[in-house]
Design a protein around this ligand. Structure first.
Ligand code: URA
Length: 472
């Protein structure tokens, strides 16, 4: 029997090193016992046996899955993962493709649970300001379900690079001093002060980003369990927001913006969706929230899904969320969104009647000092993310879709589009019509007021034309 002691609960490197050595040494899973060192020294050298020589190759997807699933709070995870490695190393290179295999299913469930927990951590960690001998430290308390602090600490380093912060959890703490990341022992909730000036800010921020059309109380409580609410200053406003949301939704129902014939048409649902399309869209949004189909999720704060009435006749598709959308979790709320809102008003379109979404659902950026600079999504990212846009289009089924800029055009039309050549014209697509126009960010980048005004007027004209198609 081989006993392997890993340095900590999510010691992926230690596990990988051991798994390689065991597989090459032909040690089968039932001859291994895995455990975690008792020591509080996270850098203890628990798995120090030199690597065994030989060829060891397992599929990249399996290594990626192991890196995620190893964070699950399941005492058997190391052995289960080694079981998969063992099979892949012994010739079952496509083992992950057998979705009916009980081991594959179990490990996939672990991976999914970790991804959900990761999403919650990235979305719900809230820092409180603490004064330490004249210097400011931001401290957050969070209770993850799984061992996700080690893997997520680098995300918070990138996100809050210029702050000095600590994230405390019951099993581990992460500390960043602006230069070095340190992982330490777990903490108590009482280690975090419970009142500070940031509370009012977060409360106001949350109220401003709250979206009644997306509210589903059951989803809210399962997506954001009460234990997280406790940590969030904005939790105080949630009951009132839920009450207001019901009233606002009723007002929307009482004044429909669609014809009764259209309302009666059954929507096309994706195979995975629930029994009505509202459930369908909210299920799709929940699935997108933990999307890892491309790498953009790694650095973004959260998935920014589309929003608007499910029976909207007009859909607007942008490129991808920007910095503010990434933080707020809603499309077009930053400077480009404000420009778009002004154009919509001038074109006689109410934003509430439009379903607004993006071709790519995660913010792609390059860090530059304190700022995150927009980076254009590439063809593959657009192609991979189209999955979600297709689901939205199949559920909302807009009569007219306006594509804002080249990325949106590529996503929906599946080809490169020169905006100046094709803008403003009707393009028939899947029983509806599509129009290409400029992206509001393009207007923001124009150097002089005159060209800004000219382009703005052209955009308003396009929006008005597309809106007019609805009447025909
Ligand atoms: N730009 C976009 O394309 N979409 C947004 O949501 C924000 C800015």
């Amino acid at each position: 029997m081989q006993s392997i002691v890993l340095r900590h609960e999510a010691d992926f490197e230690g596990w990988r090193h051991a798994a390689r050595r065991l597989a090459l040494g032909r040690v089968s899973p039932d001859q291994t016992v895995w455990s975690v060192a008792e020591s509080r020294d996270l850098f203890a050298d628990a798995e120090s046996t030199p690597p065994q020589a030989g060829t060891f190759s397992v599929p990249r997807a399996l290594v990626d899955l192991a890196e995620t699933a190893i964070q699950a709070r399941d005492p058997e995870r190391f052995a289960l993962l080694y079981g998969l490695i063992w099979r892949a190393h012994r010739g079952e290179k496509h083992v992950l493709e057998d979705e009916a295999d009980p081991l594959v299913q179990r490990v996939a469930r672990l991976g999914q649970a970790v991804r959900r927990d990761t999403h919650k951590m990235r979305a719900f960690v809230r820092f409180r300001e603490v004064n330490e001998d004249g210097a400011t430290r931001y401290v957050a308390w969070f209770e993850p379900e799984h061992y996700i602090v080690e893997a997520n600490a680098p995300f918070f380093v990138r996100r809050f690079a210029t702050m000095t912060w600590s994230i405390l959890t019951p099993y581990r703490s992460a500390h960043w001093d602006g230069e070095t990341l340190r992982l330490g022992a777990g903490a108590q909730p009482s280690d975090v002060p419970d009142d500070d000036a940031l509370e009012a800010y977060w409360r106001a921020y949350f109220s401003s980003i709250f979206n009644p059309a997306r509210l589903k109380v059951s989803a809210m409580t399962s997506e954001m369990p009460k234990k997280y609410w406790r940590n969030l200053p904005e939790a105080a406003v949630i009951p009132e927001l839920i009450r207001q949301s019901r009233e606002r939704t009723q007002t929307m129902i009482d004044s429909p913006v669609i014809s009764p014939e259209r309302a009666a048409r059954p929507p096309t649902l994706p195979a995975t969706a629930g029994s009505n399309s509202a459930d369908g869209l909210s299920e799709v949004a929940s699935a997108a929230a933990v999307c890892t189909r491309c790498d953009l999720y790694r650095h973004a704060t959260q998935t920014v899904f589309g929003e608007g009435p499910l029976d909207a006749r007009l859909m607007l598709v942008g490129e991808q969320p920007g910095d503010q959308e990434d933080l707020a979790g809603r499309p077009f709320v930053g400077p480009a969104g404000q420009m778009l809102d002004r154009a919509l008003v001038q074109a006689g379109i109410t934003r509430n009647e439009v379903y607004v979404t993006n071709a790519v659902k995660h913010f792609k950026f390059e860090p530059r000092g304190k700022r995150r600079i927009h980076a254009t999504p590439d063809r593959t990212e657009i192609q991979v993310c189209r999955f979600w846009l297709d689901q939205e289009r199949a559920l909302v089924r807009p009569a007219v879709t306006i594509l804002l800029g080249a990325s949106a055009a590529r996503a929906v039309l599946g080809r490169a589009v020169t905006i100046s050549r094709e803008r403003g014209k009707p393009i028939p697509l899947e029983g509806g019509q599509v129009m290409v126009t400029t992206h509001p960010s393009y207007l923001l980048r124009l150097p002089d007021e005159e060209s800004k005004e000219r382009e703005f007027a052209a955009m308003v004209a396009d929006l008005r034309t597309a809106h007019g198609w609805l009447a025909k």
